[in-house]
Design a protein around this ligand. Structure first.
Ligand SMILES: [Zn+2]
Length: 194
């Protein structure tokens, strides 16, 4: 995976301008959309210094259809707002991660099981024989390609932490991606509108 190309365009996400990139490695589709925010608030390195990083798994039901059973939409909005207001960060949005990688069908099957008291992990394990089959290999490749040096990672998911470490990037901190913690991080890292 030596080459990384693909369409790019400047787009507004929740009123903040991001550089949206659909990366292709050796012509292979990565199934990721990368949103890069880089303003004058960043250091001289485009994305190299204390970058806020969110690796976000797609959730069509929660984010597009607004099925109110998960906090995926709130996490996505919170991460965009944080990176947008700080002016420096990267959001890697991974497609086809719905239902912890099992798909939307499995996600729908999981709802009644969770209503009966199972956790999401237990429900997917019962339905598909595995709690989580999401892969972060493209995220690792993209992080490596971006040349990130150190990041503040918005996640509690150890698999995502591992994906960043695999890319050889230092993690200077992690945080859950919710409104309460985001406000604290914004205060900590500094809100510097572009
Ligand atoms: Zn969701």
């Amino acid at each position: 995976m030596n080459t990384a190309v693909g369409p790019r365009a400047l787009c507004n996400l929740r009123s903040f301008e991001f550089d949206l990139w659909y990366p292709l490695f050796d012509e292979s589709e990565t199934e990721c959309v990368v949103a890069i925010r880089h303003t004058g608030a960043c250091s001289e390195s485009p994305t190299g210094h204390s970058t806020v990083l969110r690796i976000h798994s797609s959730c069509v039901l929660g984010e597009s259809l607004l099925v109110g059973r998960c906090d995926c939409r709130r996490q996505l909005d919170a991460s965009i707002d944080l990176i947008g207001s700080i002016g420096c960060g990267v959001l890697i949005y991974i497609l086809r991660h719905d239902g912890r990688g099992h798909g939307i069908g499995a996600q729908l099957e999981s709802f009644p099981l969770m209503d009966s008291g199972l956790t999401a992990s237990e429900a997917y394990d019962r339905i598909r024989g595995s709690a989580d089959v999401r892969s972060y290999r493209w995220a690792t490749a993209i992080i490596r390609k971006l040349g990130l040096k150190e990041v503040f990672l918005l996640t509690q998911n150890q698999e995502k932490v591992e994906a960043v470490l695999m890319a050889g990037v230092e993690i200077i901190g992690t945080s859950p991606c919710d409104i309460e913690h985001i406000q604290s991080i914004r205060h900590q890292l500094g809100s510097r509108p572009a």
